[in-house]
Unconditional design. Structure first.
Length: 230
């Protein structure tokens, strides 16, 4: 297995600088990549007879060509937001090409860094920040809506409790009044019956009966609150 690195970093043990290309929408792009290739053991003879002893330089030129061509299939925005997906596509493309043309395969590939124009990257970052602000504002609005609905439900519940309490109190008052009225009616009926019996037994007329009721009422009234006129 042989390792290949195309990078702008001086510290890497590399075969060349980042791969230069253009995006689908025409922006310059530099790709820092690393991959490993492995010669097919049963095709080594074909490799040497086709590409010669300096096969690696040919293989590297093939890799650069495939990677730079693959870059033109994707927009700058897609490079910025979907680097993992692009890396998988490039890996598949490079592996197929080297198997068909260079008698080797690519078991590992990594799109390490994508360099786009700084103005574009700054604009994308600003857009993402604005999108985050919009999302945060949306979440805050939802939270406030939920809080408001909760308060409305609480208020409605409190109103229901008050209504229930008022209805219970009204029912209690009505029940007390009905009981009092029934008791008062029974008392009046008993008094009427007793007076009727008294009139029948004594032979009083209406005037005598009224005098008797006044005397009884006077006896039942507190002395300190009574006043007699002669």
């Amino acid at each position: 297995v042989n390792s290949v690195v195309f990078s702008d970093e001086s510290g890497d043990k590399k075969q060349g600088p980042a791969v230069q290309s253009r995006t689908k929408d025409g922006l310059n792009v530099r790709l820092e990549v690393s991959f490993q290739y492995r010669l097919k053991f049963n095709q080594v003879f074909d490799l040497y007879t086709t590409l010669g002893a300096e096969y690696e330089s040919t293989l590297l030129r093939m890799a650069i060509e495939q990677l730079s061509t693959a870059a033109t299939d994707h927009s700058a925005h897609f490079f910025f937001t979907n680097r993992t997906a692009i890396s998988a596509v490039m890996h598949d493309r490079l592996n197929k090409h080297l198997q068909d043309r260079a008698f080797s395969e690519v078991p590992f590939f990594q799109l390490r860094t994508v360099h786009l124009p700084s103005e574009f990257e700054e604009a994308i970052r600003e857009t993402q920040l604005k999108q985050q602000d919009i999302q945060i504002a949306g979440l805050e609005q939802k939270t406030k809506t939920v809080t408001f609905k909760t308060r409305v439900l609480q208020a409605e519940q409190e109103v229901k409790v008050l209504i229930n309490q008022a209805e219970a109190e009204a029912a209690s008052i009505n029940a007390t009044n009905r009981a009092y009225c029934r008791q008062y009616k029974v008392t009046q009926d008993l008094q009427t019956s007793a007076l009727s019996q008294m009139v029948a037994a004594s032979g009083w007329d209406v005037s005598q009966l009224l005098d008797y009721m006044r005397v009884r009422a006077f006896r039942g009234h507190p002395a300190e609150k009574s006043m007699v006129r002669f």
